[in-house]
Design a protein around this ligand. Sequence first.
Ligand code: COA
Length: 373
Amino acid sequence: MAVSAGLADVVVGPTTISDVNGRLGQLFYAGYDIRDLARESSFEEVVWLLWHGELPSASELGWFRSELASHRKLPDQTAAMIDRLAGMNAAPMPMLRVATSLLQIEDPKAVNVAEGPERLASLGLVARFPTLVARYQRRRQGQGPVEPPLGANQAEAYLTMLHGTRPDELDRQALDVLLILLADHEFNASTFTARVIAATLADVYSAVDGAIAALSGPLHGGANEQVMRMLEQIGSLGNAKEYVERQLAEKQKIMGFGHRVYKAEDPRATILRQVARELGERKHDTQWFDVATKVEETVWNAKQLYPNVDFYSAPIMHQLGIPTDLFTPTFAVSRIAGWTAHVLEQHANNRLIRPRGDYVGPAPRPYVPLSAR
Ligand code: COA
C-alpha cells in the first residue's frame, strides 16, 4: 500500500467548490478567480457561490442578505451560555465549539441531513458565528451585547457587534475582503475533518464542531494568532532580522510561512499584504506592517518560504481592533461558509470516509498473562 505522510498530494474525492493550483499560486471558487472575487464581490455573494456553484442574481442576493440578517440573533439558551463562558474567561475556540453544540441542541431539526433542513441550519451557522464571537467579547469585557444591526452585511454586522459602533468604509471593506479570502480552501485540515464527520451521516453542527477543533491548531487557523504574538514579541523593525535568524537557527518554525500545497506565493497573501499596507497607511500606523515585511524579507533570504494567508491576516485583524485571541474565531466566522458548503456536497453524494493505516507494530504474538509479566 502506498503511504503518504500527512496525506500529502493524496486526492480524496471530487469537489466543485474550490480549486487550488499550488504550482501557479492560484485559487478559484467554483471557477472564479479569488482575485476577481476579492475585488468585485462580497462575502454574501461568495457564500451563495460556495453553496450553489453560481453567483447570485441581484434578487437572490437581496433575499439572501435579508435571510442572513434575520438569523443573526442567538437563541436564548445559547446566548445565556455565551455569557456564562465569558464570565468563566473560557478560551475562545472552545467557546465556539460549546456554542455550536448548543445551537445543535436548540435546533429541533438538527439531526436531519436532508438538503432542505441542512441548508437552513447552515444559514443559521453562517449568520450567527459573528454574533457568538462578538457577544462573547463584549461580555468578557463587562459590556452589554450589541443587537445585530439591521441592513448591515456580514463584515459590518460583525464589527458593529464587536465594537458597539458602525465601522467606517475602509474597515468594513478590509474585513469583507478578508472574509472572502478565508471562506474556502479545498480539502484543508478543518474542511476535511468536517467531511469525515459528515460522511458518517452526522449532521452539519457535529461536522462544524470538529472543524472548529481542527482549525484551532497552530499549524492551521491558529497560526494567525501566533503571527501577531510573534510580531509583538519582535516589537520593532530593528529587531526583526535578528529574531527571525535566531528562530531559524534554533530550527523553530516561523508562523504564517510555508504551505502544504502552494509552491508559489499563496494568492490570498498577495492580496492581504496590499490590504494590510493600505489599512496601515490610511490609519497612519504601519508599525506591524513594517515589522511583518521585514520578517517576510528575512524568511525569504534564509529559506525561500512564502507567507501564507495567516501572515498578513494578523496585522489586518489587529488594525480592525480585533483582540489577538479572537483572530482564529474570526477565521471561523468566514470558513464556516466553506465548511457548510462541503458538508452539503458530502451529503449530496455520500460515502463513508475510512482510509487504512500502515501497521508497523509488532507481529502477531501470544498473549502474556498478567502473572508472567
Ligand atoms: N518556518 C520555518 N521552516 C518551515 C516553515 C516555517 N513556517 N514551514 C515549513 N518549513 C520548512 C520545514 O522545516 C521543512 O524543512 P526541512 O525539509 O529542512 O525539514 C520544510 O520547510 C517542509 O516543511 P513541513 O513542515 O514538512 O511542510 P508541511 O507541508 O508538512 O507543513 C505547514 C505545512 C503549513 C504546516 C508548515 O509550513 C508550517 O508549519 N507553517 C507554519 C504554520 C502556519 O503558518 N500554518 C498556517 C498554514 S495556512
